[in-house]
Ligand binder design. Structure first.
Ligand code: HEC
Length: 143
């Protein structure tokens, strides 16, 4: 008798608990929780563009390339965040299988885009010399 009452109590408790849990995880609060997580993740994306060359552990050549990037590219491309400016972000450029155009991110392709331009992107062939280009590529490899 006692055992039956006990199991009935457990059943009722389980049902209560289930109801409460379902209320806690109603679709609306689940969506709210998801939005919170997304907001936190977005806020956590560190924009390292204000970091010093030393903090980024750049070699002198990569640091020179960073100067080239900041002078000629950063107005249209973010280097460390997924923020889309006039051009696509160049975060993880060489770690990806393909650039936005679908071409593989090889030095040859990247050099061609930079020197000859591409659609809305101006050409830098008349602006950058070979040394600037090599430093720029060295820097882009660190992203
Ligand atoms: C005036 C804005 C502007 C500037 C300045 C600029 N870009 Fe771009 N860039 C773009 C746009 C727009 C695209 C997308 C082109 C397209 O439609 O494929 C692009 C695309 C690219 C791509 C991807 C190419 C592909 O195949 O998908 C790379 C890499 C790139 N730019 C590198 C650079 C570098 C390095 C510099 C600095 C020397 C630079 N860009 C300067 C606007 C710019």
């Amino acid at each position: 008798m006692q055992l039956r009452f006990f199991s009935f109590a457990v059943l009722v408790k389980t049902r209560d608990c289930y109801g409460a849990t379902m209320r806690l995880f109603s679709p609306r609060s689940a969506i709210a929780a998801l939005l919170c997580v997304c907001a936190i993740l977005l806020a956590c994306e560190t924009d390292k563009s204000r970091w010093t060359d030393a903090q980024l552990h750049l070699t002198p050549e990569q640091a020179a390339g960073r100067n080239v990037f900041n002078s000629y590219c950063s107005a249209c491309h973010s280097a460390y965040t997924s923020k889309k400016l006039t051009g696509p972000p160049l975060t993880d450029l060489y770690k990806k299988r393909a650039m936005p155009s679908g071409a593989p991110p090889t030095d040859e392709r990247v050099s061609a885009v930079v020197m000859r331009g591409r659609q809305m992107m101006p050409a830098f062939g008349g602006v950058l010399d070979e040394q600037d280009l090599q430093s720029l590529l060295a820097y882009l490899h660190t992203l």
